[in-house]
Design a protein around this ligand. Structure first.
Ligand SMILES: Cc1ncc(COP(=O)(O)O)c(C=O)c1O
Length: 399
């Protein structure tokens, strides 16, 4: 399906649907009238076959305790094989209500208070909270901006592992917010350092299906298999970003290693007694079974919105740097050559009327950056551009 047709079919108005993104604006930004381009969910309804599955289950009318549908595993395994080239195995899989909940649990299970955990800012802000709120020590190895885009600082990363006796690395792959899809070489090198220093890795791969043309996702499992490092690897992923299912509370933790499985099971027996989400699992399995073409069309919309943003800003406000988007639907913009950093909120939120994620949420060092959610209609992206041009006229006129 063409991008325009996809938007016509699936874009929905979301006001007054208890949407965090649209109805939570007042609480989060103090202004309910902003255009929401923040939190990472999409303004598109799920594929019709997913809705049909859900409707059928709802018509049944009973929502008692449920088993995992038996066809879940074959649907998920097929998806992984087709999209991630991963030979996923059923006994690796544990369910959780969300990847963030999974990260909290894994930190609690596999580390002790005061253990050192490393992340690579600017990065998805709940990583910081999951570490600090559970009284672990935060170690950072910032990504570095080079002419070729963001890269891992491998020498700095190695120093941090050694100097801090790091126990756990939380990798974001693809990376939110900088939009990088890590290459095989980068992943191999960073995993090699973890192996040498006996560091456990959690790879958060929730965005792994959202890959733009020209890039290929490489699963942590592929690298760990080659390095004989599966005994130190945990992967988290979910159908929620790909198919817009976050509120149905179904996500995955993979534990390829038997000892890690036993340790997690033992921990979960003491601390986790949640049930499965029957609606989440039915939606997920149907999407995995039939969602290949839908995903391709979605990606063409994201790519179209990204190209529009990049080209138009390049022409009209070249001071704004739009970082290359390789994966995710989240564009990362550097406004520092355009606005004085302390004025970002006043221009973007108060004058342009946009609700975006601020750079400082992802790292103290990325003040003056913003993250824009592109999983919306092209009209909303055009509206965003026009608001930015208006602000630009004021700025230039005022100089
Ligand atoms: C890297 C990353 N991990 C996890 C999540 C959230 O996952 P969940 O809703 O399953 O907790 C997000 C959402 O934006 C994300 O970007």
């Amino acid at each position: 399906m063409e991008a325009t047709e996809f938007v016509q079919n699936y874009y929905q108005k979301r006001y007054q649907t208890d949407s965090l993104k649209w109805d939570g604006l007042e609480e989060r930004y103090g202004d309910g009238k902003l255009l929401p381009l923040w939190v990472a969910d999409m303004d598109f309804s799920v594929p019709p076959f997913v809705q049909e599955t859900l409707k059928k289950r709802i018509d049944h009318g009973i929502f008692g305790y449920s088993l995992v549908p038996t066809s879940y595993f074959s649907a998920y395994e097929g998806w992984q094989r087709r999209h991630e080239q991963t030979a996923f195995q059923k006994d690796w899989l544990h369910f959780t209500t969300g990847v963030v909940q999974g990260l909290y649990d894994l930190i609690s299970c596999f580390t002790e208070e005061d253990d050192q955990i490393i992340i690579q800012p600017p990065v998805y802000y709940p990583f910081f909270d999951a570490i600090k709120k559970q009284k672990r020590q935060l170690v950072t190895s910032n990504l570095v901006e080079t002419k070729a885009g963001y890269q891992m600082d491998l020498a700095g990363f190695e120093n941090q592992l050694i100097n801090n006796n790091v126990k756990l690395f939380i990798l974001c792959s693809p990376h939110n917010p900088v939009g990088r899809v890590w290459t095989k070489a980068e992943l191999t090198e960073v995993f090699r350092l973890c192996k040498e220093n006996d560091v456990l890795v959690i790879s958060d791969e929730i965005h792994s299906d959202l890959i733009l043309p020209g890039y290929s996702f490489v699963s942590a499992v592929t690298i760990a298999e080659e390095l004989n490092f599966l005994d130190h690897l945990i992967v988290c992923n979910a159908p929620s970003k790909t198919f817009n299912l976050a509120a149905l509370l179904n996500a995955h933790i993979w534990l390829p290693d038997k000892d890690l499985q036993i340790q997690y099971q033992d921990w979960a027996n003491k601390h986790r007694q949640t049930e499965n989400s029957v609606l989440g699992q039915l939606a997920g399995l149907t999407a995995y079974d039939k969602g290949d073409d839908w995903l391709q069309s979605l990606l063409s919309v994201i790519n179209q919105n990204y190209q529009l943003l990049k080209e138009q800003l390049g022409k009209n406000i070249p001071e704004i740097k739009v970082h290359d988007l390789q994966g995710t639907y989240l564009a990362w913009l550097d406004l520092r050559n355009w606005l004085k950093t302390p004025e970002t909120k006043s221009f973007i939120q108060e004058q342009a009327g946009l609700a975006i994620d601020y750079g400082e949420w992802f790292s103290a060092e990325t003040k003056g950056f913003i993250r824009i959610n592109l999983a919306t209609s092209s009209d909303n992206i055009k509206f965003t551009l026009n608001r930015l041009y208006e602000v630009n006229r004021k700025i230039k006129g005022g100089k």
